[in-house]
Design a protein around this ligand. Sequence first.
Ligand SMILES: Nc1ncnc2c1ncn2[C@@H]1O[C@H](COP(=O)(O)OP(=O)(O)OP(=O)(O)O)[C@@H](O)[C@H]1O
Length: 587
Amino acid sequence: MKELQHLNKYFLKYKKQLLIGTAITIIARIFLLFTPRYVREIFVVIENYMKGGVTEQAVKSQLTIVIIYIIGASIIAAIFTFFMRQYIINVSRYVEYDLKNEIYDQYQKLSLNFYKKNRTGDLMNRISEDVGNVRMYAGPAIMYSINTITLFVIALIYMFNEAPKLALYTILPLPILSIVIYKLSKEIHLRSTIVQQFLSKLSTFTQESFSGISVIKAYGIEPQTSVNFEALAAESKEKQINLAKVQAWFFPMMILLIGASNLLVIYIGGMQYINGEIESLGTIAEFIIYVNMLTWPVATVGWVTSIVQQAEASQKRINEFLRLEPEIKNLVDVHTEAKGDIVFNNVYFTYDDTNIQALNGVTFNIKAGETLAILGKTGSGKSTILDLIGRLYDINSGSILINNTPIKEHNLTDLRNSIGYVPQDAFLFSDTIKNNIKFGKEDATDDEVIEAAKNAQVHKNIVKFNKGYDTILGERGITLSGGQKQRVSIARAIIKSPEILLFDDCLSAVDTETEEKILKNLIKITKGKTAIIVSHRVSSAKNANKIIVLDNGKIVQEGTHESLINVDGYYQHLYLKQLSETDSNKA
Ligand SMILES: Nc1ncnc2c1ncn2[C@@H]1O[C@H](COP(=O)(O)OP(=O)(O)OP(=O)(O)O)[C@@H](O)[C@H]1O
């Protein structure tokens, strides 16, 4: 129960509903327990009549009154039972809602390293399935526990008052029932966890197959994927059957134990009646009703124990993530401005997980309003520089200054808000094109969206779609070409008019003519702002105020286009190679 203590703050928050729910549960059970005693009353009335003690008229009116009492008590119990669920189950839904939000907020705070170490499926499981298990504790488990305790305490008082020996025999088989149900519930849980694992394997496989359907079709491997699917589905079926086998024991066990208890009541009660230890056969009837009323709550003791164990295990998994401290923390509460110069001073950076030293003493600076182009072989550390400016990672040594202030002394939200970042792999959401662009600036007007799209040279493509800017992208809608995606992603970055613009090889899928036009627009847009363009093309770099060439995390060349084309090195070779490619394309 240590892990579940995390939920206490929520129980405290909803204490009013819980207290009302508990009171309602107790009242509902009290009224429910009127029935057995009234049934005994009926027997007594009839027995008195048989003995000739009362008239037929009197019996009729006595029976009518008792029956009205039974109906009345049942209706009241039913109404309170309705409200019992309304209060306690609702609390569990509130707790579920709060916990999901808490986990989601925490996920958002955690750094990229966390996402590399943990699989998306696992993150999703903890926020959905594990929270679901915890909800069973916060609602049904609490409700059934209050229910069982109330019913038991009141029924036992009545039973021991009425016939102590019979009461003892009646409750004798109940602990056995509880233990059997507990063992069964545990086994059911074990097997259903395995079923769940296979189901998620199956859905991951299906999802991947259909996301990559074009690759599957192009390679003609449909028969092979069908065989793989069939194998997974067969295993999943096996596990389902295994689960069904144990589940099938649940109700027979209940029926058997209820039957045994009933028999015991009839036998012991019958003997006691014969011996004159109990006065009326009504007591036997009353006790049979108690047995049937108590069986289910007693069974739930086993069930509830297994729910609590599952919830504890799930909350433990949730707490593991909730207790993680984000590696990248905002250390400044006041507002800061990330405008102007960017300085890298002997920066060293190694990725924790791979131990790859991506930057190896990098030093450069860009003044406000300037454009820097970064070139270099793949894996030389270009994207890493951009990630470090957005403080997605903290450096190992050296310093990064923005606006002459160390990057850690910037308010993290302000820093990221002042950056417009276009990643290497343009990621667009399954939403309209307009909303994908507005993602950069939520309150942007339609005119601003169009303006950004025009500057990114994608407006003409968008208006050709039937629904224009309202065209849905992704799984539910159309698929954009690589170049179109990159340009929508550029529009998203420039719409917010940030102080720092980071373009990570985002023109690679665009033809050189369009690239030229976009770059021209960028000169206009980035006026007074700082821009860094990572590229493999000289054409993207040539207009930059400064160009650096990286190799193995080190700057190996630095200068302007004019200076670098005259020096033997990576830039000149790239320039000559791309020049000859352009010439041969023209020829
Ligand atoms: N998230 C990461 N985790 C671990 N290692 C990484 C990560 N990102 C990059 N690396 C490694 O760091 C080195 C530098 O990568 P980086 O992405 O900065 O290179 P790049 O110059 O941008 O490459 P490209 O031109 O192919 O985009 C590479 O060896 C890469 O494998």
